[in-house]
Design a protein around this ligand. Sequence first.
Ligand SMILES: [Zn+2]
Length: 220
Amino acid sequence: MRKLNNLLKKISILLMPQRCPFCCRVIEQDQNTCKRCEKDIPVHAVLQGVKGSYKCSSAFLYSGKFKRAVINFKFNHKKQYSPQLAFFLSECIRQNYPDMVFDCITYVPMHDIAEKRRGYNQCELLAKDLSKLMNLPCHQMLIKTKATKPQHSLNAKLRSTNLNGAFKVSDKKLVKGKSILLIDDIVTTGSTLGECAKTLQKAKPSQICCATVLASANLY
Ligand SMILES: [Zn+2]
């Protein structure tokens, strides 16, 4: 049985080798990026404020190869990048929240219809891979009850109102008194994370910190 499993693993590596999420070069199975892109990984992660109340740590700025990797992950079915992007997410969390103790991880939910259309929620994949790396439980704490327009299709003014009342807490007991790490893929104006955090806040967590792979602007 073990021989068969090893053989199947080798075949899957041959068919779908590990690739650098930033340039698509084939890399070793246990690597997160190629040697060339490794040199471009920023030394300092981004730390910003969301809606004046919450901190948000991001691994990369929204540009070049980092932007391309997340766009491919999110829109082009490159789900296999999730563990690698989650690794960089964990690094930026370690850097920006060195003394913070988290009880659990949650993520920005998608509306059922949007998730069925895409086939997956990229934030859920990231949060689950991050939970393995950080050895923390990952819970779905929020449900998206309103089918809203995609945030990236709206201007800043509409983004801030588009999501009003779009989320609800799925189980208040999971949230109450907990120190929560809230995960999104990209922070732009902070409207999505702000609305999710505001909704979670109603169930009285002890604290909420946000983390994303990409940050597109300085929100302070
Ligand atoms: Zn690369």
